[in-house]
Design a protein around this ligand. Structure first.
Ligand code: SF4
Ligand code: SF4
Length: 384
């Protein structure tokens, strides 16, 4: 029975501060045409370590730290920043994206991070946005795909026995790559990753053409991507006893199907989520320079420097309260998975009905949605 309790406990929870999104640096060595932060990159006004310490010391305990940038590994004190939040705020999980280009720097940082923050689980998310030529063209770095894949393989060699370091790939779906994402998924399914996740390109990007996606195309792609999630779910929960394994798998797949549903329904027009967005209430986003907002998609609410880098003061400020009211009144919507994930955690209705229902629907739709050739190649991979 013990395997059920953590899963059940997470289904119904009070709306309290839960996640902090921190852009640890504006420095970046990529030129992605998908980057919503493009106009702020390499701007030489990163928060100092002491300012981040103050943020950590004033913030209440919370569960999840979403790191962002820039390329986070360009921040020298990255392990010490993670250690701060582990120690002061009892953070349980860190989400860490990377372009995977700086292999040795990544390994040095991860080694220090694992030692400095024992007990914290880390989701290391490598960006791969298509097969080699497409990926390199979207991200503006020659040989980027090859270099990132080498880093992924080396990470597997070094850390395969470190269970709390999950090695994932994140793929941003755009007009230029959606035709080859199944092929990318098939190739990566042989790489012993922990997961492969898919996000729709979002925000103001340098190349607006990449955002010209049709809902029907995205929906068709999503149906072909669900088998990859099932593949990774089997590996992720293999260590659990049978009942708890099925329960965890149901929530994992139902959750991912819900994300796909909202990506599709909110792609072309405003569409209400099945739960209120909790941005600004359970989360805060802190830019590299200390400006803060409710979420990554909306405007700046204030500057932490004006609040002495004190998180409760910023969260309870009249500007943040007005922003939360505005989000509620607007029935705000978007396709941003991080906030879909955050907000769904605080909706018992979504946890107890919408997600199990989404799981059931993806089971009924099962294999017929995957072309025969893909199914055969996928089965071959599954048995190797
Ligand atoms: S998406 Fe990430 S890696 Fe790419 S330019 Fe923006 S910050 Fe850099
Ligand atoms: S729905 Fe999206 S854009 Fe609106 S507040 Fe939530 S995360 Fe931000």
């Amino acid at each position: 029975m013990s395997g059920y309790f953590p899963i059940l406990r997470q289904r119904v929870r009070k709306r309290t501060f839960h996640s902090l999104f921190l852009f640890v640096t504006s420095r970046c060595n990529s030129l992605c045409r998908t980057c919503f932060y493009f106009d702020k990159l390499n701007s030489k006004d990163d928060l100092s370590f002491d300012q981040i310490r103050k943020i950590s010391e004033t913030a209440p305990p919370f569960e999840k730290l979403w790191l962002s940038g820039g390329e986070p590994f360009l921040r020298d004190e990255l392990p010490e920043i993670v250690a701060l939040f582990a120690r002061n705020n009892r953070v349980a999980n860190v989400n860490l994206p990377t372009n995977g280009l700086l292999r040795e720097r990544i390994f040095r940082s991860i080694d220090r991070m694992l030692a400095a923050a024992p007990g914290v689980s880390i989701d290391l998310n490598f960006s791969l946005d298509g097969l080699a030529n497409t990926h390199d063209a979207i991200r503006g770095v020659p040989n980027n795909f090859r270099r990132t894949l080498e880093t992924i393989r080396e990470t597997e060699k070094r850390y395969s026995n470190v269970r709390r370091l999950r090695r994932n790939v994140l793929t941003v779906i755009t007009r230029e790559n959606y035709n080859e994402i199944v092929e990318l998924g098939l190739r990566l399914a042989g790489e012993n990753l922990s997961g492969h996740y898919f996000e729709i390109v979002r925000g103001e990007t340098p190349d607006a053409e990449l955002k010209r996606l049709r809902r029907d195309d995205v929906a068709a792609l999503h149906r072909r991507l669900m088998p990859f999630h099932r593949h990774y779910a089997r590996k992720l929960f293999a260590h659990l006893p049978p009942g708890a394994r099925q329960f965890a798998t149901m929530y994992y797949l139902g959750n991912l199907r819900l994300h796909f549903d909202l990506h599709e329904s909110c792609l072309e027009q405003p569409r209400k989520w099945p739960m209120p967005c909790t941005a600004g209430e359970t989360t805060i986003v802190i830019d590299h320079n200390g400006r803060f907002r409710a979420c990554e998609m909306r405007g700046i609410v204030g500057n932490l420097a004006d609040f002495d880098f004190d998180i409760p003061k910023a969260m309870t400020s009249s500007a943040m309260r007005d922003e939360v009211d505005a989000i509620r009144e607007a029935n705000c919507w978007c396709t941003h998975s991080c906030f879909i994930q955050e907000s769904s955690k605080f909706s018992p209705r979504v946890q107890l009905f919408t997600i199990p229902w989404a799981w059931l629907r993806q089971r009924w739709r099962k294999l017929p949605q995957m072309p025969l050739g893909d199914i055969e190649r996928f089965r071959a991979l599954e048995t190797t």
